[in-house]
Design a protein around this ligand. Structure first.
Ligand code: HMG
Length: 387
């Protein structure tokens, strides 16, 4: 029995900042951001979108297509938690009307959280083949205004249904993991924005990629040339590009070209959305599936990295007719529907979103009908509403 990804849903908030506008506002050469970092836009979440609402919205895109009664597990990986105690997944479970016997919890290990959830879900489905699992990655990447990390922000969520005999990607056995207690990026309890040792974080990311990819190949007897595509956690596109350059070093022209072409396809959505932390790797998967050229059985390698730090490499095989399950036009529209902000508007929204709204003050959302949003707190309890 194979277990793997059967559905993928994606949501990003309805506003964006153009990276060229940001470059001019920060007295930077736009090419540093466009080419050196590799981003063109970034999604901006206002006060009414958070890890919960975005996770619900991402899941809604496939909810009607699945058997809700069979979902036995709901996991959210996030580092944008909305409560120090209660799992964000409980609000989501309630909005999605899942069964009371669903096991549900939140996982945190920086950008690795969603991968941890997928590994738990894969093993759960193998033991319980008649049940399925929903795994969500949902995050808002916030550094401070006018810092080096500012250009690598973003917001969004990817949700997946993991089940037996999947329609999109059958997950292979095995994985290669590597962890170390380091301080490349972190967010203290009293800070709404991340702290980062940027240059060091780039070195560690590449080091973890080399270690896990090499170890995976040694364990499985697979070679780089066996992969149709390699996917990377994409904090910004140039980071994944650098890892891919390492991967194709010394490969034949055909292998290098294939991996480069598919890397470009995988980075298409992230270039527009920015870093969505836990879900970034999986936005890359969606982008590859919808914009790349893959044949049934194609082997895809996935490198997950979460600062702190945890790295993992694993793989899966593309299932025939996977494109019939996806809705490329809807995913593209999710990105193109966004309204452009000026830098001043972005700064106002950014600063407002760092604050908890006054208790018992109902927030209004400018989202489209059908989407969920955070409506403020009532007697200190978070309220979520559907527009
Ligand atoms: P910086 O110091 O402003 O930029 O911050 P830089 O000086 O390193 O330049 C960036 C690149 O632009 C360089 O290329 C320059 O040469 C190039 P590279 O050497 O890297 O190949 N450049 C130009 N290119 C074209 N035209 C020009 C030009 N000028 C310069 N005119 C940094 C960059 C990424 C450090 C910063 O944005 C940052 O701190 N970001 C946040 C940290 C981050 O994303 N780290 C990535 C690895 S850690 C990770 O992925 C985990 C994470 O997602 C968190 C989690 O796990 O939860 C972050």
């Amino acid at each position: 029995m194979q277990a793997g990804i059967d559905q993928i849903g994606f949501y990003t908030p309805n506003k964006y900042l153009d990276i060229v506008d940001l470059a001019y506002a920060r007295n930077q050469d736009p090419n540093k951001f466009l080419i050196g970092i590799g981003q063109s836009k970034m999604s901006v979440a206002d006060q009414t979108q958070d890890a919960v609402s975005m996770g619900i919205n991402a899941t809604l895109s496939y909810l009607d297509k699945i058997d809700r009664a069979k979902v036995g597990l709901l996991i959210i990986g996030t580092e944008s938690g909305v409560d120090q105690s209660k799992s964000a997944s409980l609000f989501i479970k309630s909005a999605l009307k899942l069964a009371p016997d669903v096991r549900t919890f939140e996982i945190k290990e920086a950008c690795f959280g969603m991968t941890a959830g997928i590994m738990v879900a894969r093993d759960y489905v193998r033991l319980h083949p008649h049940h399925s699992a929903i795994v969500i990655g949902s995050d808002i990447a916030r550094y401070s205004v006018n810092t080096g990390g500012e250009v690598t922000q973003g917001a969004g969520s990817v949700s997946m249904l993991i089940k037996a005999e999947p329609s999109i990607l059958a997950l292979s056995n095995g994985h290669s993991a590597y962890s170390a207690d380091i301080n490349d990026f972190w967010r203290p309890n009293d800070s709404a924005v991340a702290l980062v040792n940027g240059k060091y974080s780039k070195e560690v990311y590449l080091d973890f990629f080399k270690r896990t990819f090499t170890d995976y190949q040694n364990k499985t007897d697979l070679e780089t040339s066996d992969f149709s595509a390699l996917l990377y956690h994409l904090p910004f596109v140039k980071m994944g590009f650098k890892a891919n350059q390492l991967a194709i070093e010394g490969q034949t022209e055909a292998t290098a070209k294939r991996l480069e072409t598919n890397f470009t396809a995988s980075a298409q959505y992230s270039r527009e959305v920015g870093n969505i932390y836990t879900a970034s790797l999986y936005l890359g998967l969606l982008s590859l599936l919808e914009n790349g050229a893959l044949t049934p059985g194609a082997l895809i390698g996935l490198f997950s990295y979460g600062s702190g730090a945890m790295g993992e490499f694993y793989a899966g095989e593309v299932v025939a007719d996977y494109e019939k399950v996806l809705d490329r036009r809807a995913d593209e529209k999710m990105i193109t529907r966004r309204q452009k902000l000026t830098v001043t508007e972005y700064e106002e929204i950014f600063n407002e979103a760092l604050k908890l709204p006054q208790d018992n003050l109902e927030l209004k959302s400018d989202e489209e009908t059908g989407y969920w949003y955070f409506a403020g707190t009532k007697d200190h309890v978070r309220q979520y509403k559907q527009k």
